[in-house]
Design a protein around this ligand. Structure first.
Ligand code: ZN
Length: 128
């Protein structure tokens, strides 16, 4: 049983001169089990580094507490993320090239740069 879900979100990619193109991104919503696993994974990474640092002479005085603190910060950050933009595609509103929307945090609007014309674009959700 898995209650996490993935859905398609319609977006609009806005370039300079307010030109725009429609596009789509895939959004993955994490369930509580996913979130716990993500939290443990990123918290555990730093915890593992802390354990590893125990065996480095001298550096362990600094590294062990630093990685332990990092693991306590990383856990809630990853656990707190309820969803994530998995990426998508559109067309650049300025040069009309195929535009790949990168993976990112689910925080809108997204900002991106066209790899063809280096134009800075804003990506907004279309809610209707
Ligand atoms: Zn472009």
């Amino acid at each position: 049983m898995n209650s996490s879900s993935q859905y398609i979100q319609n977006v609009v990619v806005i370039g300079k001169n307010k030109s725009s193109n429609p596009g789509q991104v895939e959004i993955h919503q994490f369930d509580s089990k996913d979130r716990l696993m993500r939290g443990l994974k990123s918290g555990g990474l730093f915890f593992g580094l802390a354990l590893f640092s125990l065996f480095i002479p001298l550096a362990h005085f600094v590294l062990v507490p630093a990685f332990l603190i990092a693991s306590f910060i990383a856990f809630p950050v990853a656990y707190g993320a309820k969803s994530k933009v998995m990426g998508g595609s559109s067309q650049c509103p300025d040069c009309q090239a195929i535009f790949r929307i990168e993976k990112s945090a689910d925080q809108w609007p997204l900002e991106d740069v066209c790899s063809q014309c280096q134009s800075h674009v804003t990506i907004e959700k279309v809610t209707s």
